[in-house]
Design a protein around this ligand. Sequence first.
Ligand code: GCB
Length: 617
Amino acid sequence: MLKPRPTLTRELVNLDGLWRFAIEDANVPRPWTGALETRLEAPVPSSYNDLYTDPEIRNHVGWVWYQRTVRVPRGWAGERVILRLDAATHEGKVYVDDVLVARHVGGYTPFEADITDHVSPGAEFRLTVGVSNELTSTTIPPGSISVTQDGRRQQTYLHDFYNYAGLARSVWLYSKPERHISDITIVTGVIGQTGVVDYSVAASHETTVRVRALDATGCEVATAEGSNGTLSIEAVTLWQPGAAYLYDLVVELLDGEEVIDSYTEPFGVRTVEVRGTQFLINGKPFYFTGFGKHEDTAVRGKGHDNAYLVHDFQLLEWAGANSFRTSHYPYAEEVLEFADRNGIVVVDETAAVGLNLGVQGGLTGIGPKPTFSPETFNHETQAAHAQHLRELIARDKNHPSVVMWSIANEPASNEEGAREYFEPLVQLARELDPTRPLTYAAVMFATFQNDKIADLFDVLSINRYYGWYVFTGDLATAEQYLEGDLRGWVQAFGKPIMMSEYGADTMPGQHSVWDMPWSEEYQQSYLDMNHRVFDRIEAFIGEHVWNFADFQTSNGIHRVDGNRKGVFTRDRKPKSAAHTLRARWTGLNGSKPSANETAIPDEETKTRPVPALEGAK
Ligand code: GCB
């Protein structure tokens, strides 16, 4: 799906700003038919949850309504007029005056409506958007809704981060010609010094397609005709981690010599490959350093904010991080474009977090019901998951920064039914994008002995909290178990392995000379312990600390105003651990620390179950 951009033939109006806002009111059954009766306004983009002091709004489960008037530019006669919402979390309904023009399920991917037949150039219309925050057993991510004794609806879910909702990304109105480009796919390769750029263009009508590749200075370096083809760029400058270089693909639809539509898609020339136990970018082994992140800031929740975008990337660079995972949902497109321009590598994840009833069983990992069954997560859930995968890949396929898809976070990959659930999704992802490796982040209960899906994937991504949730405060024992665990995976599957989560909650200002959980020193020692183990494992390809910054969660006795595993506070102040990481990562400079195999534990350490997890399926 093309991001709206102003071009020679397309114009773009940004609809961000303050919109009228109200939560659904049973007395106003059709709020889109007139002016929304409210004294509230909500900023777009922003989650709405933390804006107001009224708990009824924060705790509301169901639809909320946004409204504004929009004037269609008078010069758009004869053009198609399109409304584009970058996201409506988790479901959106869009009305132009009284007419429903779009409905979309899935909170983190864009959708559009062609509203040409409902509006007139030069005239205003009433734009009303309904957004629902409901999560059920057939949504991704999943959740469930219950009713309290006094009749209030309550939302619960199986993921840690707060269920922020609303219009957290931009809304656009744009024009495009009647005969237009509808999609572009770019896949790059390298032969010697030559960049090989396979492109394919989808268009609304059959007509001549011309493509031109421009280098970063705007000079034409290759050109071709036809809706599919290959461009060769001599003496190509590669897109490299830490050294981004972008070309532009200018795609034109022609009628004779007349350009009837034009669209420019930036791209980078790079290759990605898993070979043996290595992850190669441009044929060179790549070692991931960085974080699992969240889109999360005070007041605006998941609202996209360019100031935080720029600052977060500054902090990534400061810490020597070369990558991050979009845990646990697709991030705003601005984030990926910024990663493209700044040479930061991205593991791009779907919103499939919480497909695991085992987490309700606490550390036993035995949930009240099986995760995959007709009554729990079933074919309908899987169909929703497939749709999320399609929309993610359709949106992000041309970003050079994206080097791998993560299909899910911590699914119950150890339970019966996991293989039947995931195998078709893996197949779908490979059909949609044969070029990028696939992974999923494995939960603690999924071990190399009981996991049922790891062989389907290219990279093993492991979430582990030895020294935090288990062996709390005992880093010596944690170290042995971690090492046994990682070596077990490597031996069982022979694939590259990375740590997709490891971390310890930390209160800034809490200090101790002992191994005291929650202290800044403990977070540092915990990370050091993990790093010692990583550096002893040959097949190890990367480390993503959980989390970049503290973030808001649902209420719970494990959380103090949110999850405090951030290496930075929620307002981006470094905890001591930030300096620990900076010292290590700036020293590594993107390459793997030399493996030190001397401390291989005996066979027994690999297979000994973690006492706290004993009984886990
Ligand atoms: C996990 C989850 C992540 C949580 C984290 C934690 O395994 O993937 O979403 O926030 O643990 O801190 O408990």
